[in-house]
Design a protein around this ligand. Structure first.
Ligand code: AHG
Ligand code: MN
Ligand code: MN
Ligand code: MN
Length: 333
């Protein structure tokens, strides 16, 4: 049951407890919450307003862009950019970095996936927004550049996501636990609903696109065969749950336990998911909730990024289950 604490109030309370934090984080996360409300407004009306279907363009990922991808992207850039707190931004939908309109006082960089799970938009399946926040390294915000975006995930000061599902939930961490807020449309606020989320060490769900089985390495095939064997002593077989929206699969596994795997495939030898605005923010949240996130070998948060849109294999979720998947990936099992 909600304690009627808004996300803004919660962030303020968090910052009172941690002297190193400044009031700035409150403003940043409030900016993101505001943009999420604007995106939610369109997502819940999709089908009634002309926001479904393809926009007629292809993005840097080689994907056909949906109207809602562009709507969400535009809202986040402008609703957040106008407050001047971010010196620079990087989005899945923009090939190059984005310099917000009035960035001269911005101290932060925002990396984001404006609309995750685009393939599910037109069929009313949960989609999301993912965001990652860094302090810029450049002393002059007006000179902020790509190097202020390309920082290791371990340098994040905040990360979170919004899932537009049966209810709209915003989850964030600033390094002091993971907290979830459910949107109450009657008052237009995100209210605390999941305080201090801790993910189970083991779960019964695994999330992977089995349709790509023919494209998987032999190690991944061996892993899949293993988790489907009958062995109650090791909690097998797992149950498959795969929505096709990373945020929705991640959120379910975070709450109930489970493992999400997007491994290397012949089509995506480095995995399909993007490090800077999918892997890093979710890895930060997952670790803060007691889970584990690697690329099958390395901790996601330790990967030194070289490109804004670089991809990574992603093994993320309950610690015990991720470790089993890694042991197969590394040929130990
Ligand atoms: P996006 O919609 O932001 O491009 O992300 C889509 C991603 C992710 O949400 C999901 O887990 C994955 O693509 C699904 O990929 P497959 O269809 O290859 O399984
Ligand atoms: Mn995505
Ligand atoms: Mn996206
Ligand atoms: Mn996309």
């Amino acid at each position: 049951m909600s304690k009627l604490i808004t996300i803004e109030r919660h962030i303020l309370e968090q910052q009172k407890n941690f002297p190193e934090a400044t009031g700035e984080l409150t403003d940043l996360l409030s900016d993101v919450a505001f943009a999420a409300k604007l995106v939610r407004r369109e997502v819940v009306r999709a089908g009634l307003v002309d926001i479904l279907g393809f926009a007629g363009s292809t993005n840097v990922q080689g994907e056909e862009v949906k109207k809602l991808d562009l709507f969400a992207n535009d809202k986040i850039i402008n609703a957040i950019g106008q407050h001047g707190r971010f010196a620079i931004m990087g989005s899945e939908e923009n090939e190059e970095i984005i310099t917000p309109p009035n960035n001269e006082n911005g101290s932060y960089a925002l990396l984001f996936d404006p609309l995750d799970g685009s393939s599910n938009i037109d069929v009313n399946v949960s989609v999301g927004t993912i965001f990652s926040i860094y302090k810029i390294k450049n002393s002059d915000p007006r000179k902020a550049d790509i190097s202020d975006c390309l920082q290791k995930g371990s340098e994040q000061v905040a990360a979170g996501y919004v899932i537009y599902g049966s209810s709209v939930v915003m989850v964030y961490t600033t390094g002091h636990g993971v907290h979830g807020f459910t949107y109450d449309p009657t008052i237009g606020e995100f209210l605390l609903s999941h305080e201090n989320i801790v993910t189970p060490k083991h779960g019964k769900y695994y999330s992977i696109n089995e349709g790509s089985y023919a494209q998987f390495n032999d190690t991944t095939k061996k892993y899949l065969d293993y988790i489907k064997e009958e062995d109650s002593a090791t909690g097998r077989p797992y149950s498959t749950r795969y929505i096709g929206s990373l945020v929705a699969d991640f959120h379910r596994n975070l709450l109930t336990g489970g493992v999400f795997v997007y491994p290397p495939t012949t089509k995506h030898p480095n995995g399909k998911l993007r490090l800077m605005y999918e892997g890093n923010p979710l890895a930060y949240i997952c670790e803060q909730a007691g889970g584990r996130a690697t690329d099958g070998r390395r901790r996601i948060l330790d990967i030194d990024p070289s490109e804004l849109h670089q991809r990574t294999p992603l093994y993320i979720g309950s610690e015990d289950d991720v470790r089993v998947a890694e042991e197969f990936e590394q040929g130990i099992r």
